[in-house]
Write a protein that binds this ligand. Structure first.
Ligand code: ADP
Ligand code: MG
Length: 398
């Protein structure tokens, strides 16, 4: 996939209607009160929206929320988003009652430069997730330019994320441009040495990432729950730790692949074990591969922390996906925190991908010390897997 895409700065939007795909899939209060519990994603969209308005465009914003599966579900309406967006922009935001129905069409037709219209939840339409060309065409017919800024949804080929690009000149907004610059840059032309830190829960959810980064990185560091499958595959005792029997052979293949490619692969040398999966479990440190029955590994140990922190010291680029332990429990967050601290001290370009990894870095207070924290969980994983992202591939090349 070509990461060098045209952006909003490469097209003339003055006096034009711009269909802007945002990621307004914000968390809402569970009680159905319509209260947005975290408006980060709405705030993240502001620079592109403001830029388009400043350039004299009329902005027709759209997004999905939740999984209404092609039906109108009032609790998944974007109305609360329109209100919040209006507060943040300090100007009215018109809300359409539908996605491509008569109300959306009429309001889009009447929209003036400098005005903002928000369409209803794109997934209220059955054709959205099927990437129905008729729906894409109907959405496109309301506008003259398409701007994609929903990085969290670019790994899906849906009508509003990819299909519309067949009918309009399509460019990226600032959010996607940043993701392409940093993640795309690190994958295509990294400042070396490139160190990839991989953790999280399961090998099976990271096979593509491990495999692809083994092609590119100089060093791969393995931590988190997946490390125990690597350990067991090499004959280690992992007690009750997270273990995927079916992925032991794959782990051995990856160890071999690293050898063949001359990639340094680091595995934990010690581990913090607990007598239960609980925040207040009894814990101790043991050597990797020597975990007694009845105990489970929930974090990397202090010797491993030293080894890993040392390995990132002189890195040119670090890509990190997957926490080193169960960081949600303070007692088992030390490994993840130590790695975050080490990254904050390097002069390397530091890139964090993955939903839980981003949450961990934020929760531990290191967010502003990283070069780039991806805004897309699943999308950033597929990006790191080296897959084509339909919502990016469909944009005009530079
Ligand atoms: P990301 O969302 O960044 O891709 P993952 O979803 O793969 O990351 O993994 C995050 C989860 O992995 C966290 O909830 C964390 O508690 C869990 N995890 C990390 N280490 C372990 C471990 N040793 N045992 C069980 N779960 C773990
Ligand atoms: Mg996750």
């Amino acid at each position: 996939m070509n990461y060098n895409k045209k952006t909003v700065k490469d097209v003339d939007v003055k006096g034009k209607k711009v269909l802007l795909r945002c990621d307004f899939n914000v968390p809402m209060a569970k009680d159905g009160s319509g209260v947005i519990t975290d408006d980060k994603r709405i705030r993240a969209a502001l620079p592109t929206i403001q830029y388009l308005l400043d350039q004299g465009a009329a902005v027709i914003a759209c997004s999905h929320m939740g999984k209404p599966k092609g039906e109108v579900k009032p609790e998944l309406s974007l109305k609360p988003v329109a209100q919040r967006l209006s507060q943040l922009l300090d100007k009215p935001v018109l809300m359409a009652e539908d996605v491509v129905g008569p109300d959306a069409q009429a309001k889009a037709a009447a929209l003036q430069p400098g005005q903002v219209l928000l369409l209803e939840n794109t997934r209220f339409e059955k054709g959205e997730t099927k990437n129905d060309p008729a729906l894409a065409k109907a959405m496109a017919s309301m506008a003259e330019v398409y701007v994609s800024d929903a990085f969290g949804a670019v790994h899906r080929a849906h009508a509003s994320t990819a299909g519309v690009a067949a009918f309009l000149p399509a460019v990226s907004g600032f959010l996607i441009q940043k993701e392409l610059d940093f993640i795309g840059g690190a994958l295509a032309n990294p400042k070396r040495p490139l160190v990839a830190i991989l953790g999280g829960s399961k090998v099976s959810s990271k096979i593509g990432v491990i495999n692809n980064l083994l092609e590119i990185a100089d060093t791969i560091i393995i931590g988190g729950g997946m490390a125990y499958t690597f350990s067991a595959a090499q004959g280690g005792k992992v007690g009750d730790s997270l273990l995927e029997e079916d992925w032991k052979d794959y782990s051995l293949e990856m160890i071999q692949k690293a050898k063949d490619k001359g990639v340094k692969l680091l595995l934990p040398v010690d581990t913090v074990i607990a007598d239960a999966f609980a925040p207040d479990a009894k814990s101790q440190v043991v050597q990797a591969g020597t975990i007694p029955d009845g105990w489970q590994g929930l974090d990397i140990g202090p010797e491993t922390v030293k080894l890993y922190c040392d390995a990132v010291k002189d890195a040119g680029t670090v890509i990190w996906n997957g926490p080193m332990g169960v960081f949600e429990f303070a007692a088992f967050a030390k490994g993840t925190e130590a790695v975050a601290e080490a990254l904050s001290k390097t002069s390397a370009i530091t890139i964090i991908g993955g939903g839980d990894s981003a949450a961990a870095v934020q929760q531990l207070g290191y967010a502003d010390k990283m070069t780039h924290i991806s805004t897309g969980g699943g999308a950033s994983l597929e990006f790191m897997e080296g897959k084509d992202l339909p919502g990016v591939a469909c944009l005009l090349d530079q």
